[in-house]
Design a protein around this ligand. Structure first.
Ligand code: IMP
Ligand code: MG
Length: 227
């Protein structure tokens, strides 16, 4: 068992929690035979994201020059990103304070030649220097598993000298393979299980599922990679 994050500001889904029966939720017909349990219902995810947005907003207000450059890590981060920004926009219009937000969308590619340097290729940002230099950058990612992807992404982004570089992550797995990396903002700390839904995929399936769920054996077989 990996060490828990043990953060006050992180919601813990314990290993003993198996999840809710799919019968309690609306599940698309094309997936109903392939889901084991609903681990995190969409409503609960939204409520937690609203609080993360408040934490991020309040922290940003402490900066002297406020402007968030929000960077969505595709594809898995898109639902989290969308809800988080909606929630920040609500704060911008209702709290009597506001922070301008710009958005970028990236994909991260680990490629063999740079593996030894621990860096990644960032795809989708036309001018990295212009987008990152001197900015308050907030990376928005779905999941920290081993932490390797994020550590490499941070190393690559640091080269472009952002003013601040923070990470908001919806979930962090308790895994013995963790390199110990802990993001600045974490929605949930979760059991070491493979999860689908809410933009997380299994071979590109299940992104169109509202809730975060576990997959059953039939699903693993049905949507196995053909190659
Ligand atoms: P890491 O480099 O091991 O931390 O892996 C992080 C990446 O793997 C995330 O950005 C996810 O896209 C993907 N990933 C890790 N665990 C899961 C999962 O349970 N379901 C879907 N994708 C996952
Ligand atoms: Mg991802």
């Amino acid at each position: 068992m990996a060490a828990s994050l043990n953060l006050e500001n992180c919601m813990n889904i314990p290993d003993s929690f198996e999840g809710y029966s799919t019968k309690m939720f609306r599940i698309p017909k094309h997936y109903e035979n392939y889901i084991d349990k609903v681990l995190m219902p969409a409503g609960m995810i939204q409520d937690r994201i609203a609080k993360l947005a408040t934490d991020i907003f309040n922290d940003m207000m402490d900066q002297d020059e406020i402007h968030i450059s929000a960077v969505c890590v595709l594809k898995g981060g898109y639902k989290f990103f969308s809800e988080l920004l909606d929630s920040l926009n609500t704060l911008n219009t209702t709290s009597g304070r506001s922070v301008p937000i710009s958005v970028d969308f990236i994909k991260v590619k680990s490629y063999v030649d740079t593996a030894s340097t621990g860096e990644v290729q960032i795809v989708g940002m036309a001018n990295l220097e212009e987008s990152l230099k001197g900015r308050n950058v907030l990376i928005v990612e779905d999941m920290i598993d081993t932490g390797r992807t994020m550590q490499k992404l941070l190393k690559t982004m640091q080269k472009y000298q952002p003013k601040t570089l923070k990470v908001a992550c919806l979930m962090r797995k308790r895994t013995p393979l963790s390199d110990g990396y802990a993001p600045d903002y974490v929605g949930f700390e979760i059991p070491d299980k493979f999860l689908i839904g809410y933009a997380l995929d299994y071979n590109e399936y299940f992104r169109d599922l509202a809730h975060i769920c576990t997959i059953n054996q039939a699903g693993i077989e049905k949507f196995k990679s053909k190659s």
